[in-house]
Write a protein that binds this ligand. Structure first.
Ligand code: NAD
Length: 325
């Protein structure tokens, strides 16, 4: 039987509606969250990304400002700018847009952000906070209902340290939206990066999942993934996980985002209007074969991606609560 598709867009929308109401209440009390994006590039993609971010923020009432530096800004100038924003009481959240000018160390700059304003949850303090993630309280789906409101209420009240890394908490929220008791399940996280794999694995443990982390040096990946009741893929390798590597009925959350050439039914690249091969976005999971085996599966796009945006907004609201205390 084909898997149930987990609609990340719909779940993200529900969260954003909740956040919107919260921001309205904050604004009424004169405490509107204010996110500042530091940008030092002329890269068109980065500016499109920032304007999408601005739209998402403004849709729920968050004030969004660009702090622009020249594309040849030095690391010292960026450090000075971040220090100024970190100390500014009017600014409740800070995000650094990539790419940065040559010679600037993005990771080093991110670490300069005051942890309470770090809305991506990437500073060591906020990454570390995930280690202490409280063990959540579970409820099974309400009889006859879709359980959605139960999980939403539960998840947003979940005493998770805030801000926390966006993609891991987004992936976990998606898992929780299924309203399935995760206690004792076997989870496999493919990928062990600081930003995706490691924090996601910690959050799975916070849910009492018996968690295995696989990575580039893992021998016989399929032997691990076939055991997983919950399979999380975050390796950045298109088609890494195929249907035969999935346990029947498993929950599959695909975090990967990969741009690949679109191949038509004739086995040849699909061409765009200019006669060039078209690109499309896929995850790490081969969706077509996986959906025939899995019980639940996220699509790419439309799965974890929208949840990452929703969690950036959630972190921005939480950061404003801390800054405004
Ligand atoms: P990364 O390159 O830092 O880490 C990749 C991880 O995958 C490493 O731990 C590596 O050991 C592992 N890996 C690579 N090849 C493997 C293989 N063949 N078998 C097993 N493990 C393997 O990447 P990242 O920043 O963690 O991102 C991972 C993916 O998640 C990327 O596709 C990225 O675009 C995507 N991503 C998505 C979102 C989102 O919003 N959905 C956000 C961030 C990252």
């Amino acid at each position: 039987m084909a898997a149930q598709i987990i609609d990340g867009k719909a779940v993200a929308e529900k969260i954003q509606q909740r956040l919107k109401r919260e921001v309205e209440e904050m604004a009424a009390a004169g405490r509107t969250p204010h996110l500042v994006a530091v940008i030092a590039t002329e890269n068109r993609g980065a500016h499109i990304y920032a304007s999408n971010q601005q739209r998402s923020c403004e849709e729920i009432g968050i004030k969004y400002t660009l702090s622009e530096l020249p594309a040849d800004a030095t690391e010292e100038q960026l450090i000075e700018n971040i220090a100024k924003l970190s100390a500014d009481p009017d600014v409740t959240g800070i995000i650094i847009q990539m790419p940065l000018p040559p010679g600037c160390d993005g990771r080093k700059l991110q670490m300069m952000i005051a942890p309470e304003k770090d809305v991506e949850g990437v500073t060591p303090a906020n990454q570390g906070g995930v280690v202490y993630a409280a063990q959540p309280y579970y409820r099974k789906p309400a009889e006859g209902g879709d359980g959605c409101d139960t999980w939403l209420e539960d998840s947003l009240n979940w005493p998770l340290p805030a801000p926390a890394p966006c993609t891991p908490i987004g992936a976990i929220m998606l898992l929780r939206s299924l309203n399935i008791d995760l206690y004792g399940m076997k989870a496999v996280m493919v990928g062990h990066s600081e930003i995706v794999g490691k924090p996601t694995a910690l959050l799975l443990m916070a849910h009492f999942c018996t968690t295995t982390v696989c990575h580039i040096a893992t021998k016989d990946l399929a032997a691990h993934t076939r055991e997983a009741d919950i399979l999380m893929a975050g390796a950045g390798k298109a088609g890494l996980i195929t249907g035969d590597m999935i346990k029947p009925g498993a929950i599959v959350i695909d975090i990967g985002i990969n741009r690949v050439t679109d191949i038509g039914p004739d086995g040849k690249p699909v061409l765009n209007k200019k006669g060039k091969p078209k690109k499309k976005t896929v995850g790490d999971v081969d969706f077509e074969s996986a959906k025939e085996v899995a019980g639940y599966i996220t699509p790419v796009p439309g799965g974890v991606g929208p949840m990452t945006v929703a969690m950036l907004l959630r972190n921005t609201v939480e950061a404003a609560k801390i800054s405004n205390q």
